[in-house]
Design a protein around this ligand. Sequence first.
Ligand code: PMV
Length: 387
Amino acid sequence: MSKITVSAPGKCILFGEHAVVYGHPAVAVAIDRRISVSIQPSKTGSWLLDGNELNMSKNPHISGLIKKLWPADLGAPALSIQIEGNIPRSSGLGSSAALSVAFAGALRLARGRWLTAPDSNQQQHWAEGFSSSISQTNPYDLSCGFFATTPTNELHHLNGMDAIDLDEIAILSHGAEANAQNGRASPMDSSTCAHGNIVVISNKIERNIDYLYQRNLTTHGSEISWHIHALELVQQPDDVYLVIGNTGINAPTGKQVAKLAELLRQNPMKMKEVETIGKIARRGIDALLGGDYDAVGRSMSENQLMLKSIGVSSPELEQLIKAASPTSLGAKLTGAGGGGCMVALTRNPQLTSDAIELAGGRTFITKLGTAGLTVETNDITPIWTKS
Ligand code: PMV
């Protein structure tokens, strides 16, 4: 049966996890592991996930995106969803963001997008959708669906790839992450999985890096603002790789983020370490821009010391990092920590990988950056087009 399939990569974080939740800079890299989501009309009339009835409350990322992009109250039909991929779950590699990005992309493709009729300047605008520059809809509020500004008979329909907008995909996925992490989620995973390659998040607009958009999120009484950039390496290094080592221990992000929030509440002085992570990330960004991978590696190892000091590392992670260190330029945990994965930057990927495996980790080697959202199959669009 014909279907729509969209894939998105996982990510690892070179600098700045946890501190980025508090608005400090961070860098994430899309990795050679992906999740793909296929959708097609459901034959049973109910939502299906991998052949079984979809439990909406157990799949908050999926149900949140359905509310946003596929409203049953407007007649959107139930779909059958199939998920495949090789990104380990709850291990700091952005599996949930990759899932959200791929699913949001598939739904948008299945729906297309309505545009307004050309205005007096022959400009057409979105009649519905989500974006960092649209204020009518709130991607972070699940009760707030999409909007249509003009009567349907004046609208124009945009189909296929042209309907997809990466800012929209990333902001909806950020909303899904924030809802799943009790409001505390940076846009790092969602933007990296959507755009691919290397994403830099900063508390200011960086002059030397391509600017994508701004994100604002009000959470736990404070408004945090991030500037998101796409970093294009002057030259993809052909002698530097990332080795990811998995401890095999599941560590849900929400729990780790809440643990740090509690530590900071009890010991506000620890905020100094969080700020230091931001400063290390800034040095790491300069090193990346300058192609100085020895300095990138040093910053990663410095970052790890701070992550350990704020209590988000674990003995198993430390063991893998120690094993990787002699053959790598730098190593640290990636993601929320407490388990999950570490990452080493190395010119000797096989040696580093062997050392991590010997210490009990499962590894894979990846280059620095890969394609973001990708449409793999598209033979039935649109599935549903009502506005
Ligand atoms: O473990 P992951 O892949 O979900 O990454 C979490 C990164 C944090 O900085 C800890 C949280 C966030 O929202 O940025």
